[in-house]
Design a protein around this ligand. Sequence first.
Ligand SMILES: Cc1cc2nc3c(=O)[nH]c(=O)nc-3n(C[C@H](O)[C@H](O)[C@H](O)COP(=O)(O)OP(=O)(O)OC[C@H]3O[C@@H](n4cnc5c(N)ncnc54)[C@H](O)[C@@H]3O)c2cc1C
Length: 500
Amino acid sequence: MNVNVAPASTTPAKTEHFDVLIVGAGISGIGGAYHLQQQCPDKSYVILEMQDTFGGTWWTHKYPGIRSDSDLHTFGYRFKPWTTAPIASADEIRKYMGEVIDENAIGPHIRYHHKVLRAEWSEAAKTWTLDVRKTETGEMVRFVGNFLWMCQGYYHHETGYTPDWPGMADFKGEIVHPQTWPENFDYTGKRVVVIGSGATAATLIPAMAPKVGHLTMLQRSPTFFRTGRNAIPLAEELRALQVDEHWIHEIVRRKILYEQAVFTRRAEEEPEKVKQELLAGVKHYLGNDFDIDKHFTPKYRPWQQRIAFIPEGDLFAGVRDGKAEVVTDHIERFTEKGILLKSGRELEADVIVTATGFNLSVLGDIEFVIDGRQLDFADTVTYRGMMFTGMPNMVWVFGYFRASWTLRADLVGDFVCRLLKHMEAKGKKSVVPALRPEDHNMQILPWIDETNFNPGYLMRGMHLLPKRGDKPDWAHTQDYWNEKDEFPKINLDDAAFVYH
Ligand SMILES: Cc1cc2nc3c(=O)[nH]c(=O)nc-3n(C[C@H](O)[C@H](O)[C@H](O)COP(=O)(O)OP(=O)(O)OC[C@H]3O[C@@H](n4cnc5c(N)ncnc54)[C@H](O)[C@@H]3O)c2cc1C
């Protein structure tokens, strides 16, 4: 529901004007800046970032072993070759992003320590006005721009999601969330229980195992994993033949994307067969005596949740060598000494790590106002998961879950630049998506189909997200393989776009 709101009460000290305002200096925001510079070199822009440096996810997460779970040929940008092993650490990803910033002189456009609090669209002026707090001084400043490119990600960086288990306050040891990992945290010789079995737990466990006294991975239910070498033989072969790195990057991307398309199709068409193949990968490391059924055989179909890649099977090697134990059970409550399970067993611990996921953050927790009326994002319908009805001149980069996020950041980058050029050619200052007459009877549904993809943070936050329609134009289809062909062909004069 929209309500009238008073204008911002704080008086910013200073106002700056740009054609394009980008929020966030993560992989999406830096990629957006690159595309804008390349394709719309006349547009002025600024990137507003509340952290003290770039990187987003790859800067705010500092837990042991933090690494990507998808390959960097596709998680990297299409325009900058990735030249080392495909699964990369946060430091390696930031180094790569730093090179993109330096090679393209993006640095001077970024304002760090700038937290966007409020965004207001003025229909008369055809501008967005952002009220921004400088986090070091508390000073308020204002940025005015014609187009808003939201690259703020999708979850709270400050705090992760920890369920409220009974008795947590009784526990005498330390409870740590991977997202807020204490600096120099020493867990040498300690008994550690990691709750969770997603990509984060799977990364933490092999990284912590060499130093701990004892390590337990406690999961409510099992997760699918893929295993293999952290290498792409084709890339190595092409490199040995001294093929140009740009070519290698493109060829390897195509190979990976082709294989992923086949995998996704097979996961839908023959889920049982795919499941058995994934389990065989786990069995390879754990052997036939391990209870794979209980601990590593999920109830959901492969691909209903993101499948983490475990390079060299390091998670399973720890389990096989007795460094880490897997317990599949439910938590009854926390105790002074650890965790009491539904089965009656008590897991004693000095440290409990809650690798239990994110809290969804919708639009960077920014208050959005459209011409004096507060916007409820959940009242909007999305145009292809990037624009929203009633929100002029605004695009949000929400990447892929199954394929690499950045594939979509690149596609959306091209779309934004094409749209900006189109508006200029038409002499228009604003564009807003609107349902066409033929869309009015369309079914309006939640942001994502939970039978297709259902991670906890989305299920918990679905009511805050925009709606989708039952046509591909009005949904985030999560389908890179169609979008890569469809996005460049989007008819910008379609009635779904209203220009002024
Ligand atoms: C541990 C972890 C591992 C992951 N691994 C993969 C992977 O291997 N492959 C994959 O495809 N995806 C992965 N993801 C998903 C990942 O978050 C995205 O792929 C990608 O990094 C998101 O980039 P982004 O730039 O869109 O958002 P983010 O990385 O979240 O960056 C957003 C930036 O915006 C800033 N910001 C937010 N709100 C405001 C505001 N109001 N004012 C100013 N600045 C603001 C934030 O400070 C942040 O720097 C992973 C996620 C996590 C948490």
